[in-house]
Design a protein around this ligand. Structure first.
Ligand SMILES: Nc1ncnc2c1ncn2[C@@H]1O[C@H](COP(=O)(O)OP(=O)(O)O)[C@@H](O)[C@H]1O
Ligand SMILES: [Mg+2]
Length: 235
């Protein structure tokens, strides 16, 4: 699904160069649920921008679902993003005065989904995240956890190959955070590939594999021990 090979990213600000990622390589197979963990400034968001085709690496190769994300124009990158990736951000990034329904319909307008299909599909995904009774609430009438559920419905509505989440529980209360994580686990059980960035160990525990990064480099990449242990105890 994801093939990242020897990726580096250097930001140039005036004469200052910041090496945000150094020679990162990993693969993610379809159906995985991967958490990327690391302290603040370690390069997590930069890596998400590369995986999400929001930016291109300085060097290295990135293949997303069979497509080489290299030497692409901004329009081509936007097209890949719309077709293949569902984004979930820490700050939700919803349109504030629009309803939950309108927010979920938006990617279908860009994606040229036939007009008559849009509302049915939006309702289906909002019901899936438990917001069937909040369709016409504007996003500023919703709690943080509810806003993030709208954002998850919005991320799913174009049927992306992969869901990419950057600190998805960073702005919400902890009881709502566990609801968000159980939605991600259900989506993964239904076959969705998920890459989630977090600096919180208890959030990373919901994944099946944890990639630790520090100073722009992978320092550990392992299947999630606690889940493995739980599976063994179930038997
Ligand atoms: N647009 C940018 N321009 C210059 N430097 C940046 C930019 N974005 C991030 N950085 C730097 O790259 C490093 C990694 O940042 P980031 O990927 O945001 O880390 P994290 O998400 O783990 O906190 C930091 O040193 C940060 O200051
Ligand atoms: Mg970040």
């Amino acid at each position: 699904m994801i093939h990242v090979s020897h990726i580096s990213k250097i930001y140039k600000t005036g004469s200052v160069e910041t090496v945000a990622l150094k020679d990162i390589s990993f693969d993610v197979a379809a159906g995985e649920f991967v958490a990327v963990m690391g302290p603040s400034g370690s390069g997590k968001s930069t890596l998400m921008h590369m995986i999400g085709a929001l930016d291109v690496p300085t060097s290295g190769e990135y293949i997303l679902d069979g497509e080489n994300v290299e030497n692409l124009t901004d329009d081509e990158l936007a097209d890949i993003r719309n077709r293949k990736i569902g984004f979930v951000f820490q700050a939700f990034n919803l349109l504030p005065r629009r309803s939950a329904l309108q927010n979920v319909i938006l990617p279908m307008i860009y994606g040229k989904v036939p007009h008559e299909e849009r509302e049915t599909r939006a309702v289906k995904y909002l019901q899936m995240v438990g917001l069937g009774d909040r369709l016409n609430h504007s996003s500023n009438q919703l709690s943080g956890g509810q806003m993030q559920r709208v954002a998850i419905a919005r991320a799913l509505v174009m049927n992306p190959s992969i869901i990419l989440a950057d600190e998805p529980t960073g702005n919400i209360a902890s009881n709502q955070a566990s609801e968000i994580m159980s939605i991600f686990q259900d989506l993964n059980k239904a076959g969705h590939t998920i890459v989630m960035i977090t600096h919180e160990p208890d959030i990373a525990e919901h994944s099946k594999r944890i990639i630790h990064i520090k100073d722009g480099q992978i320092i550990q990449d392992s299947s999630n021990h606690r889940q493995k242990k739980a599976r063994i105890e179930e038997k």
